[in-house]
Design a protein around this ligand. Structure first.
Ligand code: NAD
Length: 488
């Protein structure tokens, strides 16, 4: 597939000095090349988006959402083709790829409610003969900088809300996985948005810096690692932009002795090893309390070692490869670090070779047991199929351990006690909480939350937070004295 930019309603080959190979992580084949667009390409998109903005904001909101209804239907019709592209460039299984697109579509559906969601407020007679109104108006040109792990879904946490609210938009996908958005933009083109309303710019750091520094871009959303999230947050703010930046994660789960152990094991294994652990809501360390230790350790080790690993398009495969060879070696060396720091490896996924896919970047599910508290491996985001186990004696100690981490994307608890669940919901320092849930991914009509080093900003993606982020409030105070009433 040739990777082009989509600027001002045209497919354009960017004037890029450098291209990055896009590699199918299961087969090792080069399947595309991402042009690393220079800043001038971002400038072209931003100027066209700025020129289109006055016309687009004047399109009545119920007409604007008609384009999104069309896009929603096109996404559903082409779901399998999109899912296949996701599997080929990102590695997850075909079913996981389809599930990602279901959430993308759901966000388009929620944004179609903008005629209602974007309504303002009005108070009559704040003083005699004076009324006050709050109107939501679009912000202007907005942009999204996306990560590799959900190439189809993450731009949809933002784009449909931004467009429905009357903004114009630029998407910069991860340079590792450009094919999914390339295809989706063909559907965006078919949906018939007016020229200049939506743009696609492929690239890496230079394109990102072009977005952060551009004077006409008013709002930026970012999803990716914490180090880059901090840079985006600081740089965009320094350039006077509205910004939200989702960062990395190290998600804990607590298993209490009264949990349904079969259910807990199945769900925790799906969370830790689904998408090869490359989900920002993947559980990455489990804290057993009291007598939960032995039963859970044994069953999770069985679940890890029996998981079927391979190419995500092959029938029966439950887990695909990690994104690339560099990631495989980074994950394997972090497992090594865990061992050096004193952890056991009852299930060791290093050195995996899958028959027929010998050039693939596979790491099999791995369990690190008795991970020492305070060790580097207990703190570091691994972003691979590795579950660390820790043990404490009380619920209080477990919650303290959960809250001692730097991240706050998600925390889960497995129990059959309502009181323990309530205590956990109340005290856990994370933006997404799961009770007997392994991946507490908010539906599109809730904010995709995140706390601490997992999120920088105020408003999140999805739902009403996205409406707030992509609109600015204008307050109008009006005096119309009764005496001025004319008789006609
Ligand atoms: P990444 O930070 O490497 O890249 C994300 C985006 O930033 C890409 O578009 C990339 O081009 C750009 N980028 C990378 N380095 C940059 C730099 N130095 N300057 C400017 N731009 C730069 O992240 P990734 O590896 O693509 O994604 C995985 C990370 O994303 C993990 O840490 C994961 O936890 C996180 N993530 C978080 C969430 C969430 O909701 N909190 C969701 C998905 C992924």
């Amino acid at each position: 597939m040739e990777i082009l930019n989509y600027i001002n309603g045209e497919w354009v080959k960017p004037n890029a000095a450098e291209y990055l190979d896009v590699i199918n992580p299961a087969t090792g084949e080069v399947i595309a090349k991402t042009p690393l667009s220079p800043k001038v390409e971002v400038d072209a998109a931003a100027r066209a988006a700025s020129a289109a903005f006055p016309g687009w904001r004047r399109v009545p909101v119920n007409d604007r959402v008609q384009y999104l209804f069309k896009l929603r239907n096109l996404l559903r019709e082409h779901m399998d083709e999109i899912a296949r592209l996701i599997t080929d460039e990102c590695g997850k299984t075909f079913e996981e790829s389809k599930a990602e697109m279901v959430r993308a579509v759901e966000n388009v559906e929620v944004a179609c409610g903008m005629p209602h969601l974007g309504k303002g407020e009005f108070v009559e007679d704040i003083a005699s003969g004076i009324d006050e109104t709050m109107i939501r108006q679009p912000v202007g040109v907005c942009a999204t900088i996306a990560p590799f792990n959900f190439p189809g879904m993450i731009p949809f946490w933002y784009l449909p809300y931004a467009l429905a609210a009357g903004n114009t938009y630029i998407v910069k996908p991860s340079e590792k996985v450009p094919m999914t958005m390339q295809f989706i933009f063909k559907l965006i083109e078919q949906a018939g948005f007016p020229k200049g309303v939506v743009h696609l710019v492929n690239g890496a750091k230079e394109a990102v810096d072009g977005i952060l520094e551009h004077p006409v871009i008013r709002a930026v959303t970012f999803v990716g690692s914490t180090a880059v999230a901090k840079y985006i947050y600081a740089t965009a703010a320094a350039h006077g932009k509205r910004v939200q930046a989702q960062g990395g994660a190290k998600n804990p789960v607590i298993v209490l002795p009264d949990a349904d152990m079969d259910m807990a094991t199945k769900i925790i294994a799906d969370s830790a090893f689904g998408c090869a652990g490359q989900r920002c809501l993947a559980v990455s360390f489990a804290v057993t309390v009291g007598t939960a230790r032995n039963a859970f350790t044994e069953s999770i080790c069985d679940a890890a070692s029996s998981r079927v690993v391979g190419y995500g398009m092959d029938a029966g495969v439950q887990m695909g490869p990690v994104i690339n060879a560099a990631s495989k070696s980074r994950i394997e060396s972090l497992i090594g670090l865990g061992v050096q720091e004193g952890a056991g490896v009852p299930v060791d996924g290093r050195g995996a070779v899958i028959k027929g896919y010998e050039r693939g970047s596979f790491v099999r599910p791995t369990i690190l047991a008795d991970v020492p508290r305070g060790s580097e491996i207990a703190k570091t985001e691994i972003f691979g199929p590795v579950l660390s186990l820790m043990h404490v004696e009380t619920v209080d100690e477990a919650i303290e351990l959960v809250n001692s981490g730097q991240y706050g994307n998600q925390a889960s608890l497995f129990t059959s006690s309502g009181a323990a669940a309530r205590k956990f919901k109340y005290e856990a320092e994370a933006g997404n909480i799961g009770i007997n849930i392994g991946v507490a991914a908010p539906m599109a009509f809730f904010p995709f939350s995140g706390w601490k080093e997992s999120f920088f900003g105020d408003m999140h993606g999805q739902g009403m937070d996205a409406v707030e982020f992509f609109t600015q409030k204008k307050v109008v105070v009006e005096r119309w004295p009764k005496e001025w009433t004319r008789k006609f």
